[in-house]
Design a protein around this ligand. Sequence first.
Ligand SMILES: NC(=O)c1ccc[n+]([C@@H]2O[C@H](COP(=O)([O-])OP(=O)(O)OC[C@H]3O[C@@H](n4cnc5c(N)ncnc54)[C@H](OP(=O)(O)O)[C@@H]3O)[C@@H](O)[C@H]2O)c1
Length: 267
Amino acid sequence: MGVHTADPLGRIVLITGASSGLGAAMALACARPGRLLHLGGRDAGRLSGVAAACRAKGAEVVERVLDVRDAAGMGAWIGGAGRLDLVIANAALGGGSDDGRPEPSAQVRTLFAVNLDGALNTALPALEAMLAQEKGADGVRGRIAVIASVAAFVPGPGAATYCAAKAALDRWTVATAHTAGNHGVVMTSVCPGYVRTPMTAGNRFPMPGLMDADRAAAIILEGVAKGRRRVAFPWWMAGLARIVGALPPRWSTALLAKPPGKAPMVE
Ligand SMILES: NC(=O)c1ccc[n+]([C@@H]2O[C@H](COP(=O)([O-])OP(=O)(O)OC[C@H]3O[C@@H](n4cnc5c(N)ncnc54)[C@H](OP(=O)(O)O)[C@@H]3O)[C@@H](O)[C@H]2O)c1
């Protein structure tokens, strides 16, 4: 069919949250002649800056200013994009509680709406579209990467909703990867540790293993190209998080409550 290049990620890539941080870094890492990028974000100015940088690297770019909470809009965008070789559900908000109190109800609901429902508003229409599209030369109909976090593995009292939304995303993606894979769609849950982006810029606690967004983007895209069900890095932080997460709740939450929590969400 000529739709696939030798690049295992394929020719056509859609990324949400491409206007900033990790999403922008992944868009730039994917940008090359022959690639079509569909880039989503809310801030039109920053999104077009990233799009221009991707075009300068030879990619064709279609920008879309859209809130991932708009389920109908997301369905229309993704369902109407034509063939998609890779979709990355990346958009999310950071936010927690740094005053020792439970998060305000409005923040809990917004974080679940953006970080969980928003990711599903991306992954579900992508899965539906990919199941209906032809296989490429490599036998793959398409790939979906869902950006979770190592936060998925721990019940952090300072970021309760963020951890819970990421845990749900990771569990859903890893489990669905089995059935989707049987039908030619490769799914990957991505669980990064700390990455230097605007989301972490305001953190007032030590961030062990903090890495640049370019390096994180390269690790993610390599794992996605290899068809891994989960890409969790740095390996030692992911391992430690899983050990802490496996402890009895009183112990894990006591350990995790020590550093100040994430600053409250800024929408
Ligand atoms: N940074 C880390 O240490 C780290 C670690 C693990 C996982 N992650 C995950 O990595 C992903 C990218 O985060 P980041 O660090 O790059 O953060 P970031 O720089 O704050 O970027 C977040 C992106 O999500 C978009 N976004 C937020 N709310 C949205 C909404 N309602 N609709 C559409 N787009 C929305 C933002 O768009 P606008 O800016 O245009 O509003 C922005 O492009 C997230 O899923 C995050 O949870 C980050």
